[in-house]
Design a protein around this ligand. Structure first.
Ligand code: IVH
Length: 691
């Protein structure tokens, strides 16, 4: 069949692009495009080659696994190639894979081993007579780099297999990775040292392993999961993939604790969904899950059939008996349409990129923060640029970096505005601060709106029904100019607003009424003093017990409060010395306006009249899983007992409170040797302290 010139040219372009990106990824460890973009190019070439088999060349990227290894390390030839995996991007593609396997194996249901697809780098370990004699990276799949000395520093890896019954020669395949906690620590350290922080855990793992000096590798807490085997001589590994993993475990090789047998497509899809939901709580980064046909005999059958079809683009770079389900990429490419500046509660002027909307991990993203002007200049983001955006967990989307090769002509660097985009007041930036601020204070409607939203928020005054849109209207129509005005709103005024009926107006007034009795800590937090978060507000309330005393406190007295340093003390004093702020506070407390009151906080007192330390004084506590009360409530009770509650585990954690379905934190705590208590023991503790 004749191949049209346009198709031939396109295939050539794709081949060149893929070779270039392979080199960036495998040799330079510095990919320019996200994996998803790479996969798209590869798929396009695969489909051209499938339609026009004459296009297939021996050196086509579709026939190879990766690029040549870098010259720095000694070369190691893998006895059997290290293959890659075909991808399924959605449940339909996964079903299609299962359907083909069922048909070719002539069975109703296929048994698979399922496990997460870790985002690290693949290595092959050669054990001879149970001793680790060589370790190598994947390289191009045939020839990798000798990283034996570096791999020996990974503590999870046995230098000698335990137990008995291992084959004389065993090539173990697995993934080396850096746990997220370690990645974040490493990033912070590098930042401190002024080095360019690593892009992601995958790069960090690759960079840590591919260090010519193994001492550097040893200083990085790398981990590994073993998921397969290459050459096996003089001995066997059983009949199924799941048996292989069991043997690995028995020999002391680390295997994923999430690895499981699933039977049939329904169980496979359930596994995909379950891991997808837990994805952000796993202690390492994953980009998908892998399914492997469990029976080794069935694997061979599928491979043989695929080889027969090979001239049609069958088995080559990836086995026919495995598939990787890829979750939607968390980093995607889009275009910056505009860069605007937003004004926050404390006047901080933050650059925000308006983007061509894209789907990031299932959520449409149209805006991404650029943090501050230094960050914009460091990343050199401009209007018209093609950028990567990322959404990690609950974090606000951010621009990761620009693709300079896609920058259109005539773009200009972004400038910090000299006037506030909302109120026109001067925008100033202190010498030692990254943040620029609008000097308009509460004259600036943007700051006013944000101050009110903060005051109304759940952890502050908790005014139910006072949402962002409503606040915007109240400020824009000048119904509310300061916080106290909220308590002067009338049914008539509220009824005039958009989307506000009789009923919701009455509800809002009732909600406002309910907040008239609160706690001193909430009230202090609600004022929105710079750098005074919930914890500091609580510490201030406990120390002073009285708002007037706090308002008069000199800096020296503020510095005695736990967690308050000179900067925060200065912000507190500056806030209370502003006549405008004092006026608002007076109005909020005045019985005819706000009428806000609170009880004096009661502290546990010993018989000598001095404060008694709580049973958990100074203890660092982390909560996980589902407990019988809302987490906020438990947190408050623990803090009343003197505990410091935080959300992440570390070596310094004293206690983990584990409710139902505790997830990965439980394992982490066990690994760190942190003391564990369950919900019942917690209830006893709290009860005991009350008596
Ligand atoms: S199986 C022949 N299982 O993904 C089967 N691979 O795209 C080859 N990976 O090179 C791989 N976790 O680096 C397999 N549980 C897992 C994996 C996994 C991560 C990586 C591995 C491989 C790449 C394939």
């Amino acid at each position: 069949m004749m191949v049209p010139t346009s198709i031939r040219d396109r295939a050539e372009v794709l081949r060149r692009q893929l070779a270039h990106h392979n080199h960036r990824y495998y040799v330079l460890d510095d990919p320019e495009i996200p994996d998803a973009e790479y996969d798209r190019l590869l798929r396009e070439l695969q489909s051209l080659e499938a339609s026009y088999p004459a296009l297939v060349t021996l050196d086509s990227p579709t026939q190879r696994v990766g690029a040549a290894p870098s010259a720095r390390f000694a070369e190691v030839e893998h006895r059997l190639p290290m293959l890659s995996l075909d991808n399924a991007r959605n449940e339909e593609e996964l079903s299609a894979f299962d359907q083909r396997a069922r048909k070719e194996l002539a069975v109703d249901q296929v048994r698979y081993v399922a496990e997460p697809k870790l985002d690290g780098l693949a290595v092959s370990l050669s054990y001879e007579h149970g001793a680790l004699i060589r370790g190598a990276t994947r390289g191009d799949g045939h020839i990798g780099e000798d990283v034996t000395a570096q791999l020996r520093t990974i503590r999870a890896l046995p230098l000698k297999l335990s137990g008995t019954g291992w084959p004389r020669l065993l090539e173990v395949r697995g993934e080396v990775y850096l746990p997220l906690i370690a990645f974040e620590q490493l990033q912070a350290e590098m930042k401190k040292r002024g080095q360019t922080p690593l892009k992601n855990p995958r790069n960090a793992a690759a960079g840590s392993l591919r260090q010519l000096d193994p001492a550097i590798t040893a200083s990085r807490p790398l981990e590994m999961f073993c998921f397969g085997f290459g050459a096996v001589e003089d001995g066997g590994l059983g009949e199924t993939q799941s048996e292989v993993l069991k043997l690995f475990s028995a020999w002391g090789l680390p295997v994923s604790p999430e690895s499981r047998v699933v039977v049939g497509i329904a169980e496979a899809i359930a596994y995909v969904r379950e891991i997808g939901e837990r994805r952000n709580t796993l202690p390492y980064q994953i980009d998908g899950v892998v399914f492997k046909v469990d029976s080794l005999q069935q694997q061979q059958l599928l491979s043989r059939q695929a080889k027969k079809r090979r001239y049609l683009g069958g088995e080559g770079r990836s086995p026919a008996w495995a598939i990787a389900f890829k979750y939607p990429p968390e980093e995607v490419i889009t275009v910056v349409q505009a860069i605007e500046f937003q004004v926050g509660r404390t006047g901080a002027v933050t650059p925000v990129a308006r983007l061509t909307p894209v789907d990031v991990a299932g959520v449409t993203v149209a805006n991404a923060t650029l943090h501050n002007i230094d960050e914009v200049h460091r990343k050199d983001v401009r209007v018209g640029d093609t950028v990567y955006v990322r959404r990690a967990g609950d974090v606000i989307p951010e621009v990761v970096r620009v693709l300079p090769e896609r920058r259109p002509a005539g773009t200009k660097p972004v400038q910090l505005p000299t006037g506030c985009p909302v109120c026109g007041s001067d925008v100033l930036r202190a010498e030692d601060e990254a943040v620029a601020r609008c000097t308009g204070g509460l004259f600036c409607t943007a700051q006013r709106k944000e101050a009110i939203k903060h005051f109304a928020s759940r952890r502050a005054m908790d005014i139910e029904g006072l949402g962002d849109k409503l606040v915007d209207q109240l400020v824009e129509r000048a119904l509310v100019t300061d916080l106290a005005d909220l308590y002067r709103l009338t049914q008539e005024q509220l009824r005039e607003l958009d989307r506000m009926g009789e009923k919701s107006a009455a509800n809002l007034l009732a909600a406002l009424d309910k907040t008239r009795h609160t706690s001193l800590a909430r009230f202090i937090y609600a004022l929105g003093i710079r750098e005074v978060g919930e914890t500091t507000a609580r510490a201030l309330a406990e120390q002073f017990q009285d708002l007037d005393e706090l308002m008069e406190a000199p800096v020296s007295a503020l510095l005695c409060v736990e967690g308050i340093g000179p900067i925060v003390a200065a912000h507190i004093q500056a806030f209370f010395s502003q006549p405008h702020n004092r006026e608002v506070i007076d109005k909020l407390r005045a019985p005819e306006i706000g009428g806000i009151t609170w009880d004096r906080p009661i502290l546990p007192k010993g018989t000598d009249g001095l404060e008694k330390p709580g049973p958990l004084s100074g203890k660092r506590v982390v909560i996980t899983g589902t407990l019988s009360q809302p987490r906020e409530q438990i947190k408050a009770q623990l803090e009343a007992l003197g505990a410091k509650v935080s959300s992440s585990l570390s070596k310094k954690t004293d206690l983990l409170i584990a409710g139902a379905d505790p997830g990965s934190k439980l394992r982490q705590a066990e690994a760190l040797g942190v003391e564990l208590i369950d919900g019942d023991r917690l209830a006893e503790l709290i009860d005991g302290a009350r008596r």
